[in-house]
Write a protein of this length. Sequence first.
Length: 523
Amino acid sequence: MTESTQQDRIALRRALVSVYDKSGLEELVRGLHDAGVELVSTGGSARLIGELGLPVTRVEDLTGFPECLDGRVKTLHPKVHAGILADRRLPSHVAQLEDLGVEPFDLVVSNLYPFTDTVASGASQDECVEQIDIGGPSMVRAAAKNHPSVAIVTSPERYADVLAALGEGGFTYEQRKRLAAEAFVHTASYDVAVASWMGSVLTDTSDGAGFPAWVGGTWERDAVLRYGENPHQSAALYRNDLTPGLAQAEQLHGKEMSYNNYVDADAARRAAHDFDEPAVAIIKHANPCGIAVGADVAEAHRRAHECDPVSAFGGVIATNRPVSVEMARQVAEVFTEVVVAPAYDEGAVEVLQGKKNVRLLVAEPLERGGVEMRPISGGLLVQERDGVDADGDDPDSWTLATGEAASPEVLADLAFAWKACRAAKSNAILLAKDGASVGIGMGQVNRVDSCRLAVDRAGERARGSVAASDAFFPFEDGPQILLDAGVAAIVQPGGSVRDELTIKAAEAAGVTMYFTGTRHFAH
Ligand SMILES: NC(=O)c1ncn([C@@H]2O[C@H](COP(=O)(O)O)[C@@H](O)[C@H]2O)c1NC=O
């Protein structure tokens, strides 16, 4: 067998057309017809071609077998599949086709039933099953396998290439190989969607956790990034459009997003969207240097920025509301890497466009809940996402461990601090006042250092603030630092065997302390 080479163009003489998505079909089939290509097609596609006044052979006339079972069997016939699968580099295949009276196809154009859209529409089990395309993937995979002899087109975006190839004597081998690779991606993504949907059947429900027996996913390369976390690391962004988020954000202004910009913007979005009120999070290295809520985003931003203006330099900012002109003016005063928001009020983008370095992104609000995945060597960790409407968010569910019940204002601050501290990497201690962080200690390998950091960063503001700890205090040394700095109240999960020591310390300082019963590690 001779290996195909770059020069091997195969003239397009006969095409099989079977598409669910009929966009662009008219222009394609007119072009094919004008170039003298014989068209063979299935039910609805053939009808459309016929209505355009173009000659078309219906698949059932070719096979001598009717399309049946509500379209479950149309192209599943040797006269179709032998015509697609014959390797025309092999004289024996060519001879067999002649003996069998089968004509080969040079081009297959097919795209599949909309299974994913049907599932997303909330259709019934039977309706979803009906949208599992069988004949389409068989045809597509057959043509893709036989790319040395056949060109396979699975996207209307490639129709212009088909029309161009007609004028060039057909596709080259390299072009057919590329089309085949696209086709295998098309059917693989399709099967992953079907298997993910059906996979729940394999779930072992005896453990009550409800995790599927199999997890699949497909991502398409969106962009090669300048570099990764460091300049010597190459990196790329991949998208999964079934779960749109930051990767699908529209960039309105600024330089290309970097790897670290994406990591920080993702963390910023999670922090900001954890609140119902207008909220702003300023993130550096995936940790908050300020989080605040306010009457509007401008107030929230002002107060988040005040938390740690030194660290906010070069930060990534997310809001859970449209960026107002007032907020944009404030942001323009500070060197900022990225702003990501669900929208921008009229005029806000114009204000920020004056800053050539800031990247402005619009992304759909973050969906709360769901699961998150983290690859580890040899596997994947999957967990429910934390931080959203979690147990323990509501102060009514807290236990007063010591001191007077907090006033409504202090309780509101404690509730804010409790939510905000989960945006910081463990061990996290967050001091807050009036709905804004004033000092954050995070990412330390012991809780005492996090307390020191939070208090140091807060300075004078520590006095009268409230403190949240993302997990219990194992000893009283950490809380003592907070108490010495003058915090008015503390909220923490409780549950240490030495809780009594912490309670005693708070009691001695006359400080109220609540236990939430839940913790919010973030690693
Ligand atoms: N069953 C078959 O033999 C079969 N052959 C092709 N199809 C699909 O039928 C659709 C096109 O149908 P129509 O031309 O009737 O609109 C395409 O999405 C194609 O993938 C089939 N349908 C489903 O399995």
